[in-house]
Design a protein around this ligand. Structure first.
Ligand SMILES: [Ca+2]
Length: 368
């Protein structure tokens, strides 16, 4: 009896040891996996700029309005500067985490961190922006690709009454701004160019003169599908202010992902075209979370550049404002990428595309 007790005790101790070793091993594997995630930077994916948000410290802004104070911006885990230099915030409530782990469902891939953009509440800034240049308004891209993962709550956009899979008409929802000709995040043009323009912050500090707003729109009350909408705005003839041009609805629709409250990806291509000509190009690709392209669009006759022919795309801002106030006002962004060539196919191959090995028997036959 006593021997049995001792034997059971030994078996129990042995099992505890095994469990402990297994725990240690899984901890080690987790550390390895996490360092892979953190290494997922631009060079890892072969792109110019990439923000996974995973290697940033948890972040909430601390100022009201349009903010450019460096000390208020998101920083990396080691305390160094991140790519973000601007945010806007119209709530005096800093109790929520704006960049952080927002839960398995609200970070892309289930682990790490993501960004919340909030158009009307306190969960995130209404805009977050980066300047990609060297201090000269001519630095930047003639043509640029922007890619990101995004997830909207299903009630973010107004739905038709009686059918919550269809979208009601709304006036506007600004989603992304891509501007040309900035010399830093908050100054458009050279000192001389800025002095020669109307003294309005919108053109001098926020948008510049030749830029594009990339929006969503349910085009008419009976159209009911939510599609990517493109609004280029260009400098006027006297080059002292910008003017609105005709915005254009694209064929790239995202309805199914909004209705399902699911992650999806948008890749957006913008080409400046020739100064004073309507030959600017826009392309859009919508991917599901497996990386399959589900919708596309091409626009080829847009005017993107009036005056300032040498200004290039160098300011990128996520978020904006919207014309409606009902429903959820926040959304999640992850894996934001800016690059000079196509992003999506290589991104998904690297992120999730593991080509399965053929069965062992077939491989052996091949070796023969
Ligand atoms: Ca992330």
């Amino acid at each position: 009896m006593k021997n049995n007790y001792r034997k059971n005790k030994l078996v129990l101790m042995d099992n505890i040891k095994k469990i402990f070793i297994l725990l240690l091993m899984s901890l080690f594997i987790n550390v390895l996996l996490n360092s892979t995630v953190f290494a997922g930077a631009a060079s890892d994916y072969g792109v110019d700029y990439m923000e996974t948000f995973d290697d940033l410290q948890d972040w909430t802004g601390s100022g009201y309005g349009d903010r450019i104070v460096p000390a208020e911006m998101p920083v990396k885990s080691d305390g160094s500067s991140s790519m973000w230099e601007y945010y806007s915030n119209w709530q005096n409530d800093y109790s929520q985490t704006w960049i952080g782990n927002h839960g398995t469902e609200n970070v892309w891939g289930g682990t790490g961190k993501s960004l919340i953009i909030d158009y009307a509440g306190n969960k995130g800034p209404s805009r977050l922006g980066t300047y990609i240049g060297d201090g000269d308004p001519t630095a930047g891209y003639d043509e640029v690709y922007i890619f990101f993962m995004v997830k909207f709550p299903f009630d973010f956009f107004p739905k038709l009454s009686g059918d919550d899979t269809k979208f009601e008409y709304f006036s506007y929802h600004k989603f992304m701004q891509i501007s040309t000709g900035f010399r830093d995040i908050y100054d458009w043009g050279t000192v001389e160019q800025q002095a020669a323009t109307i003294s309005k912050s919108q053109s001098r500090n926020i948008y510049g003169h030749n830029f594009t707003l990339f929006n969503f729109k349910s085009y008419d009350a009976r159209g009911n599908e939510l599609k990517v909408h493109n609004c280029p705005r260009v400098s006027n003839d006297s080059a002292d202010h910008y003017v609105n041009l005709d915005c254009e609805q694209t064929t790239a629709q995202v309805s199914q992902f909004i209705n399902a409250g699911e992650w999806f990806a948008i890749e957006y291509y913008l080409n400046r075209g020739t100064v004073n000509k309507s030959d600017g190009v826009v392309k859009v690709w919508i991917y599901n979370k497996e990386g399959v392209i589900v919708s596309t669009a091409t626009l080829t006759k847009q005017r993107h550049l009036n005056n300032f022919a040498n200004h290039r795309y160098n300011k990128f801002v996520i978020g904006g404002n919207r014309s409606f106030s009902s429903g959820s006002s926040h959304l999640y962004i992850d894996d934001f990428i800016v690059n000079g060539s196509r992003i999506g196919p290589n991104y998904f191959a690297k992120k999730i595309g593991k080509v399965p090995l053929a069965p062992l028997a077939i491989r052996l036959i091949k070796v023969k």
